[in-house]
Design a binder for this molecule. Structure first.
Ligand SMILES: Nc1ncnc2c1ncn2[C@@H]1O[C@H](COP(=O)(O)OP(=O)(O)OP(=O)(O)O)[C@@H](O)[C@H]1O
Length: 310
């Protein structure tokens, strides 16, 4: 059984208008999305801004209502059971995008990291301090920094504090929503590699949300590509990068900045080819509302929102 199973998830937000603020329509932020994540794996959710990635992640952690569908964690329905099941609350944690705004600037590191302990465990002051120091060491920060404030740390160090807080209760699943996009490129790799290290050490499962396919390729075992609330393609990292089928996936891959200068000309040609393919076949890949079709399996691991015909 997968650790997390999302089945037919729909999250619609009402649009209200007129004097009476009546519901005049809805934003289908997530519209029939299904995927599962095996324990110890990293699943990447990719798509441009507004595609529904964050809404999906927030629903799993219980921050968004679910219009329809199921979110099963170890077979238990998170939407209905999370509120009353403290173990489920501990098991699923989140790392936020912006380490500058997600840490309260008025609190010391000890109070930030000990917050989950104070909510879920009854530790003596000495034991709490010992555990916070241990967590700081685990994330590569000095245990002496417990009385410092967030502004005394660099961006990468702050994200490590956010990670220490997220792993304090030994969760099983971590939702990482753009965990490095607010950081300098030079520190991004450090934080990502560190996330991989603690994943192995603590047997963590990640749902990794990002608009950056380069990072997703580095981090993930499985990938789902979202566009306007729907999936356009889903598969292993190899399926997506070596055999992309949907025109939208191809366009995202073509937009990854060149890492290897010797391949620059090759990439320019590839981009040109994808651009003209996109212009030619765009209509075949989306319905009359510009939305993706339902997914069809093209192998045991690879599913694509293929056009209805041929
Ligand atoms: N609380 C809300 N009320 C109304 N609409 C919302 C709400 N939250 C999200 N939306 C809408 O849902 C859609 C999906 O948003 P979401 O933030 O999930 O996208 P995203 O892919 O994570 O983008 P980003 O990378 O910019 O965060 C957007 O059109 C957004 O405006």
């Amino acid at each position: 059984m997968a650790l997390l199973e999302v089945e037919g998830l729909k999250i619609h937000f009402p649009i209200r208008g007129g004097l009476l603020k009546r519901e005049i329509g809805s934003v289908k932020a997530v519209d029939d999305v299904s995927f599962s994540i095996e324990e110890g794996q990293t699943y990447g959710l990719v798509g441009e801004s507004g595609s529904g990635k964050t809404t999906t992640g927030r629903a799993i952690i219980g921050l968004n209502h679910v219009t329809d569908g199921k979110i099963l964690f170890n077979g238990k329905n998170l939407a209905t059971e999370r509120r009353k099941n403290r173990q489920l609350q501990r098991d699923v944690q989140m790392i936020f995008q912006d380490p500058y705004s997600s840490l309260n600037p008025k609190k010391r590191v000890i109070d930030i990291i000990a917050e989950p302990f104070r909510n879920y465990e009854r530790l003596t002051a000495t034991e709490e301090k010992r555990q916070v120091r241990e967590l700081l060491e685990k994330v590569g920060l000095s245990p002496e920094s417990i009385y410092k404030y967030p502004h005394e740390f660099s961006g990468g160090q702050r994200q490590r504090i956010g990670i220490a807080r997220a792993i304090a209760l030994k969760p099983k699943l971590i939702i990482a929503d753009e965990p490095v996009s607010a950081l300098d490129v030079s520190v991004q790799a450090q934080v990502l590699n560190f996330m991989q290290e603690i994943q192995k050490e603590l047997n963590l499962t990640y749902l990794f949300i990002s608009h950056d396919l380069g990072i997703i390729r580095h981090m993930c075992d499985q990938i789902g590509i979202m566009y306007k609330g729907r999936y356009v393609e889903q598969g292993t990292t190899n399926d997506i990068f070596e055999n992309p089928q949907h025109i939208y996936t191809k366009r995202l891959i073509a937009a990854i900045p060149d890492m290897d200068p010797t391949k620059r000309e090759e990439m320019v040609a590839f981009r040109q080819q994808v651009k003209s393919e996109y212009e030619h076949s765009y209509r075949n890949f989306f319905d009359e509302e510009g939305l993706a079709y339902s997914l069809k399996s093209i192998s045991d691991t690879h599913r694509v929102a293929l056009p209805q015909k041929g």
